[in-house]
Design a protein around this ligand. Structure first.
Ligand SMILES: C[S@@+](CC[C@H](N)C(=O)[O-])C[C@H]1O[C@@H](n2cnc3c(N)ncnc32)[C@H](O)[C@@H]1O
Length: 305
C-alpha cells in the first residue's frame, strides 16, 4: 500500500516478490487482489497464470496466460483496494475519501480517530496519508468486523499504522487515553451526534472533525450539536461523473448523446456529424455506471474557547 522498496525508501519502481499482494487487473471493473505464492496459479476465463512467472517483474507489468491472454499486475494502493475489498458494510468510495483526506488536513505524523471501521475502506487511505510516523485508531462495536478489518490491515501491510479497537463509540465515546491527542476525528455512525461530545474532547486545539451520513436528517442533528463547540461547519455532497472515452466509426454508429472531440467546439454528436465525417472519431459520454448519492460529508473545526 505504501510505495516503498525493500529498504523502506519511497519507490515507484518496485518489483513483485513472493508474498506480495498484487491487484490482478483484467479491466477497470474486473480486478481482484491476489497474494503471490510461488507454486500457485491464478485461473480465469483467459487461462492459467503461474505466480512464479510474476516474481521479479515490475508492478504494472503484463502477465501472459497459457493461452497467451494478458492481465496487468498492479501495485496495491488504497484507491484500488477500495474497489476490490470484501464488502462487509457500506463503504466510502474514492470521491468522498479524497475530500475527507484533504479537509481533515492529513499529513505524515497526524493522529486520527475513526469510528466505525466497517470494511476499512476509508482507514486504508487515512493510514497512507499519515504514514510513516502517524497513526489511525479505528473503533467498531462489531467484534467480527473489527477482526476482519485487522486481518485486512495485516494483508495490506498497514497493521503498524492502524489499530482496531472494539468499542461502542456512540455509547461510551472514544477512550480517555486519547483526550487532546487527535489531529482529526472521522465518524461514520448511524447517530453521529451522540459521539460528537467525545470527539470534541479528543481533538487537539484547532482539530477538525468529519462526519459522513447518508441522510440529511442525520446531518441536521449533527450540525445542531456541532454548533456549541465547533466553527467553520460545512456540508458537502460529492457527485462524481466518469466518462467512457473511446474511438468509434461514426458512419456505423447510431449512438445518441455522445460528445465529439476534435479541433471543433465540443458538442453533441448528431446525424449531421455522421454525414459530414467518415472514419473514426474519439467520442465520450458519461458512464452509465456513475455513482449517484453516497452521503453527506460534514466538516467542522474545534473552536478555541
Ligand atoms: C458504514 S460502516 C463504516 C464503513 C467505513 N467508513 C468504510 O469506509 O469501510 C459503519 C460501521 O459502524 C459500526 N457502528 C455502528 N454503530 C456503532 C457504535 N455505536 N460504535 C462503534 N461502531 C459502530 C458498524 O458496525 C459498521 O461497521
Amino acid at each position: 500500500m505504501l510505495p516503498t522498496d525493500e529498504t523502506k525508501q519511497l519507490s515507484f519502481n518496485r518489483r513483485i516478490a513472493e508474498g506480495d499482494l498484487v491487484i490482478v487487473y483484467e479491466r477497470h471493473d474486473t480486478m481482484k487482489a491476489v497474494k503471490v505464492i510461488a507454486g500457485s496459479v491464478l485461473q480465469n476465463r483467459f487461462g492459467v497464470y503461474k505466480h512464479s512467472e510474476w516474481i521479479g517483474k515490475p508492478f504494472g507489468s503484463k502477465a501472459l496466460s497459457n493461452k497467451g491472454r494478458f492481465i496487468y499486475l498492479l501495485a496495491p494502493t488504497p484507491e484500488l483496494w477500495t474497489l476490490v475489498l470484501n464488502h462487509r458494510t457500506q463503504i466510502l468510495y474514492i470521491a468522498d475519501i479524497s475530500l475527507v483526506v484533504m479537509y481533515l488536513e492529513l499529513v505524515p505524523g497526524c493522529v486520527v480517530l475513526e469510528s466505525g471501521t466497517g470494511s476499512g475502506s476509508l482507514s486504508t487511505s487515512l493510514a497512507r496519508a499519515v504514514a510513516p510516523s502517524g497513526h489511525v485508531y479505528t473503533f467498531d462495536f462489531h467484534e467480527e468486523r473489527a477482526a476482519s478489518a485487522r486481518e485486512d490491515f495485516e494483508k495490506t501491510g498497514l497493521s503498524n499504522l492502524v489499530t482496531v479497537g472494539v468499542r461502542d463509540i456512540q455509547g461510551e465515546g472514544f477512550p480517555d487515553e486519547f483526550i487532546g491527542l487527535a489531529d482529526s476525528v472521522f465518524l461514520d455512525l448511524p447517530q453521529p451526534w451522540l459521539a460528537i461530545p467525545s470527539a470534541e474532547k479528543m481533538l487537539k486545539q484547532d482539530g477538525v472533525l468529519c462526519s459522513f451520513s447518508p441522510c440529511i436528517e442525520q446531518v441536521q442533528r449533527s450540525c445542531e450539536v456541532l454548533r456549541s463547540s465547533f466553527t467553520d461547519i460545512r456540508t458537502f455532497e460529492i457527485l462524481l461523473r466518469s466518462y467512457d472515452v473511446r474511438e468509434v466509426n461514426i458512419k456505423d454508429s447510431n449512438e445518441d448523446g455522445l460528445v465529439v472531440s476534435g479541433s471543433r467546439k465540443r458538442r453533441q454528436f448528431s446525424q449531421e456529424d455522421a454525414e459530414e465525417n467518415s472514419g473514426h472519431q474519439v467520442l465520450a459520454r458519461p458512464s452509465p455506471e456513475a455513482r449517484g448519492h453516497t452521503g453527506y460529508l460534514t466538516f467542522a473545526r474545534l473552536k478555541c474557547l
